[in-house]
Design a protein around this ligand. Structure first.
Ligand code: HT7
Ligand code: ZN
Length: 874
């Protein structure tokens, strides 16, 4: 496919004001009658041809203002419909197309999932339903009539408000939905099928009554209550936190079992991957509950940031996604623990976005060119996009940020906007020039900030010298300094934070220093002896911090920093250093050695803390992938695995008694509740058992077996099973078999079972994965199953995917090639597992390259896979 460039944007030559659709559902031959009210766009070229997009469409008929078109007046193919000389006035175009929802394995456009008709139109799926100007700056008012056999599809849902429904001859029925809010076609949706419903109601702050519905597979209604509860809380929160009120009389959510992503924010009719709707104590973990809450909120929040204000073009994707991720992170922080949420988000950012930003797929938050837009729903657009908004708020302050958001909602409502439109609101509200800040949207790569500190005991001054640099990324070799807000404080051995007075007599407001040059320095005065600088508090910018701190200073921060994020960070840094040193030792054929400092401090934390969720985060040592990223080059995943195992075993032994006490102290009785405090207790208890077992399997395995057998909730059951899975032997195999049998009829739970086994860091795992592909519940045509087994193996089993013999790479390449014919989006995502290939040691690098070249050489690759493999090899 030819590259699409931001600089080439121009408005359409025609506008579409209203769309009237009549969809006659049929499993293999659904007919869509579309009536489009079209007019020339005053901002476009007069007299231009009208070129409508299509994708795998069959045209049945086309008419203009009710009359047939002359054969030479138009040209149609599955991928487009062109009217050579349309009228230079408003006109009506009637188009009938026919599609086959059952054969639609790409899960874009109209398809069937377990017999339920549903749609996915973002980014370019509407063109698989009817010919259209399929781009987000074409906004229209939609009326949708859906007709189906009543026995096959008793429930018929569309965007907007329900208008009419009724019976038809021959067992058919219909429903009409009208959405009064102009929207781009990527927000169009319909659903038809046999579905169970859990309902609710909410009255908005201006008194609008809204009927809420969560639709799921019949029989699973009891698992939909938490999603409904999360929806109600999201609606309330958005009114209170952002002044955003819902704007229709109905809001529906439908869970389907075949979905390429997490969920979709279609206007008034969100469609969800059922993994992010269905939850019961016996089948969902605390992490599942938290993810459901976050994704329900995220899709709901899109109603304002994405739907009412949409994107002018797909380059502006971060306008809706970065902002909406920021909003859902704030929601979860308010509903749960803010520091723990921040730690979890930063962990995910580093694991996904930092990895992306340092490899061949790196791109700016707002890319300037793409070949396949589906490949740009990335951690950079979403998570780094959210970090940019967070920095904006830090820099201009919460009041100006709120004023900027209010202005944005007011000024841009009903429009298809750009990042420039968005930033202009904040520049105006704050009176600040944001032109330098806007570089965050254009420049790819993770900046590094190096800090040197010098304390003068006589003058009682502390000088901090900062220097920033950003490594080159594909297509951007030269980098400029960005605006980096650095929140900081000073921590003394006694733990008191000293005031931050600058040399010119000011107090550093909110502890904020802004680094916007390549190098700059800050001198603080009246600093008591021995301060430890606590920098980048709360992870105030998405950068790598290089700060020379010794073990004693790290322990001071870990024990005494008033900023919980930096307490956690100090522990992570300490553990990371131990592991990096252990990797070096192992590669030099030496046994790794550890000092006691980290394990002792951990024991102290366990004895003193009542913030269980925070302590659990501290105990989750940096992952193998984190260590690999820290090493950066010539990575030997086996050495990383063994170094991490050795540290976990050492800590487990050193703090064994404290871990055992913690485990028994946190035992709970009473019914399961997914609230944050209860989840925190469980997470710490399971983390304690995990480390205890790492240090002394003889002590831990019987405890894990007992917990596995007696658990009344999935968190504790899978927690125990995950621990057992790390230790080869009959205990593991028996527990895995029992779990597989017990949940044989529950695909979402089996996904956890597939994933656990795919993550086992042993040489036999690849064969185990191959064997599991023959399990009756496994299917490559279901994205959740494929991600659970193949995706976990490739993305979350560092040592086995990167086997020295290259068998892991060959397996993934086979999977990608096999999937590319049926579901290219899924295939391309899996292929992303190769994104770090150049940072491996030479032998593995060569093996990875061989497999990438094998994929690249295949004829007829989809644009999705072709784009990823080309960029990966560039
Ligand atoms: N805005 C939604 C993106 C999405 C998507 C994109 C491409 C292919 C399939 C898709 N399903 C959903 C989800 C969101 O960010 O809210
Ligand atoms: Zn989103």
């Amino acid at each position: 496919a030819a590259p699409v460039r931001l600089e080439d944007y121009r408005p359409t030559d025609y506008l579409i004001d209203t769309v009237s659709l009549d969809v006659r559902l049929h499993p293999t031959a659904t007919r869509i009658l579309a009536e489009l009210a079209i007019r020339p766009n005053p901002a476009g070229r007069a007299g231009a041809a009208l070129e409508l997009d299509g994708d795998e469409l069959e045209l049945v008929s086309v008419a203009l203002d009710g009359g047939a078109l002359a054969p030479g007046a138009y040209e149609a193919s599955p991928s487009g419909l062109t009217l050579h000389a349309p009228p230079e006035r408003a006109f009506r175009l009637s188009i009938e197309t026919r599609v086959n929802p059952t054969a639609n394995t790409k899960l874009m456009g109209l398809y069937r999932s377990s017999g339920v008709y549903c749609t996915q139109c973002e980014a370019e799926g509407f063109r698989r339903i009817t010919y259209f100007l399929d781009r987000p700056d074409v906004m229209a008012v939609y009326t949708t009539r859906i007709e189906a056999e009543e026995a096959e599809a008793p429930v018929l849902l569309g965007n907007g408000d329900p208008v009419e429904r009724g019976a038809l001859p021959n067992g058919r029925h219909y429903a009409v939905w009208r959405d009064p809010h102009p929207k781009p076609c990527y927000l169009f949706a319909l659903v038809g099928g046999k579905l169970g419903r859990v309902g609710g109601e909410i009255v908005t702050r201006s008194g609008r009554k809204v009927e809420l519905g969560v639709y799921v597979e019949p029989g699973k209604e009891s698992r939909a209550g938490y999603a409904l509860d999360a929806l109600v809380r999201s609606m309330r929160w958005d009114e209170q936190a952002f002044g955003c009120e819902y704007d229709l009389s109905v809001f529906n959510i439908v869970a389907v079992s075949d979905f390429n992503m997490g969920a979709m924010e279609n206007k008034g009719l969100n469609i969800f991957n059922d993994k992010y709707v269905l939850a019961s104590p016996e089948t969902a973990t605390d992490a599942d509950y938290a993810a459901i809450e976050a994704i329900i909120a995220h899709e709901y929040f899109h109603n304002w940031t994405g739907n009412r204000i949409t994107c002018r073009d797909w380059f502006q994707l971060c306008l809706k996604e970065g902002l909406t991720v920021f909003r859902d992170q704030e929601f979860s922080s308010d509903e749960r623990s803010r520091p723990v949420k921040r730690i979890a988000d930063v962990r995910a950012l580093r694991a996904q976005q930092f990895a992306e930003d340092s490899g061949p797929l790196a791109h700016p938050v707002r890319p300037s060119v793409y070949r396949e837009i589906n490949n740009f729903y990335t951690a950079t657009v979403y998570e780094k996009g959210a970090e940019v908004i967070r920095m904006l708020k830090t820099l201009i302050g919460p009041e100006a940020f709120k004023a900027g958001m209010d202005l944005y909602f007011h000024r841009c409502d009903g429009t298809a906007a750009t990042i420039e439109d968005f930033l202009a609101c904040f520049a105006e509200a704050s009176g600040r020039d944001l032109s330098h800040f806007s570089l965050w949207y254009r420049q790819a790569g993770t900046p590094s900030v190096a800090v040197r500190t010098a304390y003068d005991a006589e003058d009682r001054t502390l000088r901090l010298d900062f220097a920033q640099s950003t490594p080159p990324t594909p297509g951007q070799t030269e980098k400029e300094p960005v605006v980096i807000p650095i929140r900081l404080g000073l921590v003394s051995a006694q733990g008191r934070g000293a005031p931050l007075k600058t040399a010119d007599g000011r107090t550093l407001e909110d502890g904020l220093f802004v680094l916007d040059k390549t190098a700059d320095s800050l001198t603080l005065i009246e600093v008591p002896a021995d301060p430890v600088p606590s920098l980048l508090r709360g992870f105030s910018a998405p950068v790598r911090l290089e700060q020379e701190l010794g073990p004693a200073e790290l322990l001071t921060l870990f024990r005494r920093d008033e900023d919980p994020f930096n307490r956690w960070q100090a522990a992570q840094t300490y553990a990371m250093r131990l592991m990096v040193r252990a990797v070096e030792a192992l590669r030099a054929q030496q046994p790794p050695e550890f000092d006691q400092g980290f394990a002792v401090a951990l024991g102290e934390l366990l004895a003193a803390t009542d913030d269980h969720a925070f302590a659990a985060q501290v105990m989750a040592l940096p992952s193998e992938a984190d260590v690999a990223r820290e090493l950066g080059r010539e990575i030997d995943p086996d050495a990383v695995l063994h170094a991490r195992k050795a540290l976990r075993s050492f800590v487990g032994q050193t703090a064994g008694d404290r871990l055992a006490q913690t485990y028994s102290r946190l035992e709970t009785t009473g019914p399961y509740s997914p609230d944050a405090a209860s989840a925190g207790r469980r997470s710490l208890r399971n983390a304690a058992l995990d480390l205890l077992t790492a240090g002394d399997p003889g002590r831990g395995i019987p405890l894990a077996q007992a917990q596995f057998a007696s658990a009344d909730n999935m968190t504790d059951q899978i927690g125990a099973l995950a621990i057992l899975a790390q230790h080869p032997g009959p205990a593991r195999e028996e527990a895995l078999a029992a779990f597989g049998e017990h949940f044989a009829a529950d695909p979402l739970v089996l996904d956890k079972w597939f994933g656990l086994q795919a993550a086992i860091p042993e040489a036999a795992t690849l064969d185990r994965v191959r064997g599991l592909m023959r399990h009756p519940a496994f299917s490559l045509s279901n994205p959740n199953r494929t991600r659970a087994l193949v995706g976990t193996f490739a993305m979350a089993n560092l040592s086995q995917f990167h086997r020295a013999d290259g068998a892991g790479y060959a397996f993934l390449a086979d999977m990608v090639l096999q999937l590319d014919g049926s579901n290219p989006q899924l295939a391309a995502r899996l292929l992303g597992a190769f994104r770090t290939w150049r940072s491996l040691e030479q032998g593995r690098r060569a093996q990875a390259e061989t497999q990438l070249r094998r994929v690249a050489a295949k004829e007829g690759l989809s644009p999705d896979v072709s784009d990823i493999v080309t960029r990966s090899l560039a």
